[in-house]
Ligand binder design. Structure first.
Ligand SMILES: Cc1ncc(COP(=O)(O)O)c(C=O)c1O
Length: 454
């Protein structure tokens, strides 16, 4: 089976990360983008701003493209939360979500209904693949994708150890076993050069994760997998909109839980593919093993009850036009962080991510080369200054303390992954982060590095 790459979109601005990256650099350097801002699902406001070349896309302070300033709290300098729940959706998005949900409730089409196919169509168009199955979560989508490519009991799936537990859980849910491989030094994602040594006769698939929104070496993973007849399921739950996602995998999994770049009003996800047979199997696995389009006629032994609700899909269809704007906001803020913290990077006090064009900036990771204790001291100091940070996945997949983990992963050593995990932390970066809040994070981080002497 071959995965056909989507047709190239010439120089149109399609809202993918490479286009957004160019836009951010153009705008940050004062240039005016000379690209055709045409996209069916790109944010209309952004397209309009581009068309009119409005200087409002050069926000040296917060403006309409960016999140409004949060309401002032008590006296003293306002705290900056890591991910404030009341701001997961902007006020405009909240209004859209409520209107869409009310429409779905009034129609009575709450579980299945026409918005599901509409949303799947919009997603497929956005990612550039012909088929999408929208699901009740990214986790369910991972299980469906793995089952659809043939992963079953006692198979092995090669994957990294630094991901959300959903990735390994999906493998376990198929009755298969994760085989953990170390990450590469640049992207901090599954290292394709280490895959071959992990392959056994039981290996069925490779499961790279685009961690924090940065594309793993997807072509490299694809190459090794093809040489060994393995299927590739990519966990792109954090990487919607990243150029290259969908091009090098048999199946691409996304998540739309409320904390993601494209977050909805509840749990949801999707799996996309370029293979129509795989698509049919995924549809069936997502809904009780029924033949697609047929009621209560099974083609498979079993299936989940894991299609997205029509009510959620109605909200999703309403919010899709804002997806590119949210990715743009994050890329813009990431660029500001990279610039404003550069001197700490040059001095070797922090290690910052590179501002690359294959990133959705789901998270902004910073490493403290001085080690775990220095990292922890820095975070304490930041917390005392009102800046909340996080370590997103504090326990690696092979370090959980269950009997099964100890049996499976007791002897596993992953030097790069372990070192990264002990020294990384994450700065606030979300769709609703205001420019002024970010300035505070930058200022306090400089002060904290100075005070703790990392
Ligand atoms: C890397 C990764 N994989 C899988 C998932 C699971 O997605 P969901 O929460 O939609 O089940 C998430 C999100 O939580 C994730 O970040």
């Amino acid at each position: 089976m071959t995965v056909r790459p989507p047709a190239p979109t010439a120089k149109r601005f399609t809202g993918d990360s490479a286009g957004i990256h160019r836009l951010v650099l153009d705008l940050r350097s004062g240039g005016i983008p000379a690209r055709d801002p045409d996209s069916a699902v790109a944010n209309r406001d952004l397209a309009e701003l581009l068309r009119t070349r409005s200087p409002r896309l050069l926000p040296s302070t917060a403006d309409s493209v960016f999140a409004p300033e949060p309401p002032a709290g008590g006296p003293g300098r306002p705290a900056v939360p890591f991910l404030p729940r009341e701001r997961l959706l902007t006020p405009a998005e909240q209004r859209i979500a409520v209107e869409c949900f009310a429409r779905a409730v009034a129609s009575g089409e709450l579980t299945s209904g026409p918005a599901v196919a509409r949303f799947e169509h919009a997603l497929a168009e956005f990612v550039g693949l012909p088929h999408a199955v929208a699901t009740s979560s990214g986790t369910d989508a991972l299980v469906i994708a793995l089952r659809a490519v043939g992963v079953g009991p006692d198979d092995e799936v090669i994957m990294p150890a630094n991901s959300f537990a959903a990735t390994e859980n999906a493998v376990f849910a198929c009755g298969a076993v994760p085989v953990l491989v170390d990450v590469d030094p640049g992207r901090h994602c599954l290292d394709p050069t280490l895959i071959e040594a992990a392959i056994t006769p039981r290996t069925r698939a490779v499961l790279p994760v685009h961690l924090y929104g940065r594309l793993a070496d997807a072509p490299g993973v694809r190459r090794v997998a093809r040489e060994h007849g393995l299927r590739v399921v990519e966990d792109a739950c954090q990487a919607i909109g990243v150029s290259g996602v969908g091009r090098y995998a048999d199946a691409t999994v996304l998540s739309f839980n409320p904390y993601k770049n494209f977050g909805l009003t509840g749990k949801a996800g999707a799996v996309l593919t370029g293979d129509s047979e795989l698509h049919a199997r995924m549809e069936s696995l997502a809904y009780h093993g029924f033949a697609p389009g047929e009621k209560n006629v099974k083609t498979d032994l079993w299936g989940l009850n894991a299609k997205i609700d029509n009510s959620t899909a109605t909200v999703a269809t309403g919010l899709v036009p804002g997806l590119t704007l949210n990715n743009y906001r994050r890329a813009f803020l990431a660029h500001r962080y990279v610039e404003a913290l550069a001197e700490l990077g040059t001095a070797g006090q922090l290690e910052l991510p590179a501002f690359t064009d294959d990133h959705s900036w789901h998270l902004f990771p910073v490493r403290v080369p001085a080690g775990e204790a220095a990292r922890d001291a820095l975070r304490v100091r930041l917390r005392e200054s009102g800046i909340e940070t996080d370590v997103y996945y504090p326990v690696l997949a092979h370090r959980h303390r269950t009997p099964l983990h100890e049996k499976l992963f007791g002897g596993v050593v992953l030097p790069r992954t372990e070192k990264l995990n002990a020294t990384v932390f994450h700065l606030p970066l979300h769709n609703g982060l205001s420019v002024t809040e970010q300035d505070r994070v930058i200022e306090e981080l400089h002060a904290a590095v100075h005070a703790t002497g990392v």
